[in-house]
Design a protein around this ligand. Structure first.
Ligand code: PLP
Length: 393
């Protein structure tokens, strides 16, 4: 048996652990009496276009072809439709040959990392970060190097990033809008990030890849997130439709390797090789065909925006220190005691379920997923009030 895999299987992520706890509480108390903010599971239905597209495909297509394997890299017409949408939306030339269809962002990331990493390579992540990054980077045989984002807004620390890049750095992994802080990169920051990477690439005479993990791209409420291939040539985009189309269980996303990336065709070949070596075979064919017709659509994102404003204002008014999120669907709240685990444990007394920040690589905060019904937020406010009162006693 592989001991590492056994250990991984026996220690589910903190997010999943709390989610499982919530199921027990809901069974006991009723769904409406538990304020479950643990999981980033979209709460808004998929747009009509997704369901219409699936219905039409199932009712009107040749069933054998519909459910058959596609090319390993994804159906050509689907990849063409995604490439066209990238060109149209961001002004970057994309072709079908630059797109590799995946089973969502988790697969995009594991495949990309496996494709570009060799043993001993370092991958820089900005903390706080999505905890599964640790698993994905280790799976690729690389070492995770953390660069702390700057509170209170969790912006990028360019000096720390520059210092963290070594001759062993193969990639910097970013995620904007960010899980768990909701931070969004602005255009100036995109330019600065690019110049740090250019500078270090030149100093070490090697390409440093920027991996942009983008499951929340469309969930940006105040400004469009800069599309990094427009700023830094060696960017690989790992995209997912999980959140934008509310289809996380359907497992569909893609990798975009722009043709200007260093050794682009070899990187793309390595992506195909990595997907093959991990047994992905091809992304789900029904979902590939379904999203082909929905590449410009999103769920009703304004619903999340309303949740964001209501929750942020309410918690701030109660005296919590909260980072105002620009995107995604998370609030990052400071623990009044400075201890994230203590805060989340104490909150359970009020049936408030949040995820302590330690597994995101930063201590002293809790993550609240606000992709929930509006009533859940409204009903939880008195509970949050009672909770913070305890710290004032
Ligand atoms: N990356 C980040 C930052 C995430 O928050 C998530 C899921 O929550 C993923 C990747 C994985 O997303 P997917 O469901 O598309 O695999």
């Amino acid at each position: 048996m592989n001991e590492k895999m056994r250990a991984l299987g026996k220690s589910p992520s903190k997010i999943r652990e709390i989610f499982e706890y919530s199921r027990g509480r809901k069974a006991l108390l009723g769904e409406e009496n538990v304020f479950d903010f643990s999981l980033g599971n979209p709460s808004i239905p998929a747009p009509e276009s997704v369901n219409e597209s699936i219905k039409e495909l199932v009712c009107e297509s040749d069933s054998v072809a519909l459910h058959g394997y596609t090319s390993a890299q994804g159906d050509l017409s689907v990849r063409q439709s995604i490439a066209d949408s990238i060109t149209k939306r961001f002004g970057v030339t994309a072709t079908a040959d630059d797109i590799y269809m995946t089973c969502g962002a988790a697969a995009s990331l594991t495949i990309t990392l496996k494709a570009i990493c060799n043993p001993g390579d370092e991958v820089i992540v900005l903390s706080p970060f999505f905890p599964e990054y640790s698993v994905f980077i280790e799976n690729a045989g690389a070492k995770r190097v953390e660069v702390k984002a700057l509170p209170p807004d969790f912006t990028l620390d360019f000096n720390a990033l520059e210092n963290a890049i070594t001759v062993n750095t193969v990639a910097v992994l970013i995620n904007f809008p960010n899980n768990p802080t909701g931070a969004v990169l602005n255009e100036d920051e995109a330019k600065r990030l690019s110049s740090v990477l250019e500078k270090r690439s030149q100093e070490y005479s090697k390409a440093i890849y920027l991996i942009s993990d983008e499951p929340y791209r469309e969930l940006s409420y105040e400004e469009e997130v800069p599309f990094m291939p427009n700023y830094y040539k060696n960017t690989i985009v790992d995209y997912s439709f999980s959140k934008s189309l509310s289809v996380p269980g359907e497992r569909i996303g893609y990798i975009f390797v722009p043709s200007v990336v260093h050794e682009s065709r070899d990187v793309y070949a390595a992506v195909c090789g990595a997907g093959r070596s991990m047994g992905y075979v091809c992304a789900p064919s029904l979902m590939q065909y379904a999203i082909k017709n929905c590449v410009y659509d999103t769920s009703d994102i304004e619903e999340y925006n309303q949740n964001r404003i209501l929750f942020y204002n309410s918690l701030s008014d109660l005296g919590y220190t909260v980072t105002k999120p620009g995107g995604a669907f998370y609030l990052f709240v400071k623990s009044p005691s400075g201890d994230s685990n203590e805060f989340c444990e104490r909150a359970k007394k009020y049936e408030i379920l949040m995820v302590p920040s330690d597994s995101f690589g930063v201590k002293g905060y809790a993550r609240i997923a606000y992709c929930v019904k509006r009533e859940t937020i409204e009903k939880s406010i008195p509970a949050f009030k009672a909770l913070i009162e305890e710290y004032k006693e």
